[in-house]
Design a protein around this ligand. Structure first.
Ligand code: DAH
Length: 340
């Protein structure tokens, strides 16, 4: 019997040693100590042992069981720390690895310009009015002193949707809606998309403008000059100078074209300003009395000024872009560089 138990012990050590992980070790435990195990078979056979030998044999069996359990426990401990090591290895983090790049979006340059201009004008008391992209001929032209046969209609190639409806060619159409809806004092800006059948390096069939309109008592060209000087200094820097040149728009009288001193060469003359020292940035003027009267505003009491700014043009100047198409191609390699 003693030899048999010794053989069981040796077999147990061998199979415990072979277990490579905790699951296998559990199976080995079942085989060795479970109901069908050899040791249990020996215990079951105790009834055949002579009664006087039973205490001794029983003790041998117990010792063998304790011996096997001791080895199982030891193997269990080793396999557990091995499993932990494997897990730690798998979860290891190399803190010196370069981080994954997180790509952040940025606003489109035209949106940046629109926001900057809106901030400047609202800080000077202007309210924002959103106009309509689809307009009637009346709001886009007739009410702006540009009747049907007026030669100024040729200044802008229009997309007509029907004889009556069109895609607005200028945010100036918003002026009429505002003056019809509201009595003076009026002080608004109106940013938005406009459309013209025009397409080259500096023109796009769709572009953006920001209109400005002020109507109040005693408004004149000096007020316009003052507000534009303040605006252009905020946009292009304190050293910027402003120049008004006579021009023509049907809805303003007098009309002016506004230049700012070149911010690249400070007026000395460079490629950007084509050697002139000046850059044209917007059109403006004193609102034509006919326009005010058409909206039911008493011109003995009130007068106004208006201006229109091309936002793509400002973006191109600000970010040094020479082709307007770059603003509409949605090439992220270009757009991601144009952030403030
Ligand atoms: N609407 C004009 C254009 O698109 C720009 C403009 C000029 C707007 C003079 C004005 C203005 O309000 O007074 O060419």
């Amino acid at each position: 019997m003693k030899e048999k138990l010794q053989a069981i012990r040796e077999k147990a050590i061998a199979s415990i040693g072979e277990a490579k992980d905790l699951n296998t070790l559990n199976e080995v435990r079942q085989e060795l100590l479970g109901k069908k195990g050899e040791l249990t078979a020996v215990l079951k056979g105790m009834k055949d042992v002579a009664p006087e030998d039973r205490p001794t044999v029983g003790q041998w069996v117990n010792e063998a069981r304790e011996f096997i359990e001791g080895h199982l426990a030891e193997a269990n401990k080793k396999l557990q720390s091995k499993a932990l090591e494997i897990r730690y290895e798998a979860e290891k983090i190399d803190v010196t690895m370069p981080a994954d790049e997180v790509k952040r979006g940025n606003l489109h340059p035209v949106s940046l310009v629109r926001n900057e201009l809106s901030d400047i004008f609202t800080s000077m008391g202007f309210e924002v009015f959103e106009g309509n992209e689809i307009e009637t001929d009346y709001y886009n032209f007739t009410a702006l002193n540009t009747p049907d046969d007026h030669p100024a209609r040729d200044m802008q190639d229009t997309f007509y949707l029907s004889p009556e409806f069109l895609l607005r060619t200028q945010t100036s159409s918003g002026q009429i809606h505002v003056m019809e809806a509201k009595k003076p004092p009026i002080k608004i800006i109106s940013p938005g998309k406009v459309f013209r059948s025009d397409d080259d390096a500096t023109h796009s069939p769709m572009f953006s403008q920001m209109e400005g309109l002020v109507v109040d008592k005693g408004i004149n060209l000096c007020d316009l000059k003052g507000i534009l000087e303040t605006f252009l200094k905020k946009l292009f820097g304190d050293g910027s100078k402003t120049r008004l040149r006579p021009s023509y728009f049907p809805f303003t009288e007098p009309s002016v074209e506004v230049d700012v001193s070149c911010f690249q060469c400070q007026g000395k003359g460079c490629k950007l300003c084509k050697g002139t020292g000046w850059i044209e940035v917007l059109g403006a003027g004193v609102v034509n009395k006919k326009v005010l009267e058409g909206c039911g505003i008493d011109t003995d009491e009130y007068s106004g000024y208006a201006f229109g700014i091309g936002l793509e043009r400002i973006a191109m100047l600000k970010y040094g872009i020479n082709n307007i198409k770059l603003l509409f191609e949605s090439d992220l390699r270009v757009l991601s560089q144009l952030d403030d």
